[in-house]
Write a protein that binds this ligand. Structure first.
Ligand code: SF4
Ligand code: SF4
Length: 322
């Protein structure tokens, strides 16, 4: 595994904190955590359930070379279905050993869990849920990576036959308390910086401050996209864009869900800070919302202001978590 100097840790941590507009406190916490992760304290087990692997791809596509280095060379990633060099029985033995042993580890779960059709998701010839449960019991912390793991997401779309549920719901169904152990990092896909930052904080300082209901870490998900949006001044003056691609005007009447999305997209942006949905003149489709992809009443795109207004009831956000 690559060795980084203290200066390198501080550089990565500074980038992670600055991108989200976080204080020095967080930069120090990330640096402490990255140093521990580089020593395998704790190690990381990454499981993929009902997912498209988009969150893993997003992580691997981190444009920031330091963040990418953290994932590929620094962190002790003992198991990842797509990235592990080991295959077959050898790879599955790693998972079973982690579940049976006493070594501290953080479990990252990408994707939802098919609660009524276990055979819909098989790993190494065994149902995903059977592999997941003993790891959930043993993990020091659990991170839900992406909207499918945090809320069910697209696999949990209305009418799906698999009974897809979130990690939080699966834990509760199996008598495990998610409080103080599970951290939910939504978005479709997960932003690489919030994933690495959350892992670093858990390793460095322990359980972070979270939204009590959704268990999303405040450091990345406390502000609404709408509040920090560079087009907010148009909204406050009731100046609205009329068609997709308009470079001026608020996108509310084109179905923007920025009011219901709690992410740091306006500050951090995507693809190494190159751009993000609203700056590309496309409405926010609420990819971090608990109802994203699940409910017919919460479509990606909305035709008009009247239908659109239905989605803006704050109760929908609060009542949608599972
Ligand atoms: S474009 Fe969307 S997020 Fe931005 S101000 Fe308008 S409604 Fe809010
Ligand atoms: S702007 Fe909205 S849809 Fe785009 S990535 Fe952010 S939360 Fe998701």
């Amino acid at each position: 595994m690559k060795q980084l100097s203290r200066r390198d840790f501080l550089k990565v941590s500074g980038i992670l904190a600055a991108g989200a507009g976080l204080s020095r406190f967080y930069a120090d916490a990330f640096a402490a955590g990255l140093e521990k992760l580089s020593k395998g304290l704790p190690r990381i087990v990454w499981l993929q359930g009902q997912s498209c692997s988009g969150c893993s791809v997003s992580l691997m596509n981190a444009d920031n070379p330091y963040v990418l280095e953290v994932v590929t060379e620094l962190v002790s990633l003992v198991f990842h279905q797509t990235l592990s060099a080991a295959t077959g029985h050898v790879a599955m033995k790693v998972v079973d050993d982690m579940a049976a042993g006493n070594e501290p580890f953080i479990l990252v779960v990408e994707g939802s869990i098919p609660s009524t059709m276990p055979e819909a998701c098989i790993i190494g010839g065994r149902p995903f849920s059977e592999i997941l449960l003993p790891l959930l019991r043993k993990a020091q912390f659990v991170v839900g990576a992406g909207t499918c793991a945090t809320y069910g997401g697209i696999p949990a779309a209305e009418g799906n036959p698999t009974g897809a549920i979130s990690v939080m719901e699966f834990m509760r169904k199996n008598g495990l308390s998610p409080e103080q152990r599970l951290v939910n990092c939504p978005s479709c896909p997960i932003h690489p910086d919030s994933m690495v930052g959350t892992l670093a904080y858990l390793a460095g300082r322990g359980y972070p401050g979270v939204n009590k209901e959704l268990l999303t870490p405040d450091m990345f998900f406390a502000h609404s996209t709408h509040d920090d949006c560079p087009r907010f001044h148009y909204y406050s003056k009731h100046l609205f864009a009329e068609k997709f691609g308009d470079s001026e005007g608020c996108l509310f009447k084109l179905g923007c869900l920025g009011m219901l999305s709690y992410t740091d997209c306006p500050r951090r942006q995507w693809n190494g800070g190159v751009n993000w949905c609203i700056r590309a003149s496309a409405p926010c489709i609420g990819c971090s919302h608990p109802q994203f992809g699940k409910s017919k009443a919460f479509p990606f795109y909305r035709k008009g202001e009247q239908q659109h207004a239905v989605g803006y009831e704050e109760a929908q956000r609060k009542g949608g978590a599972s």
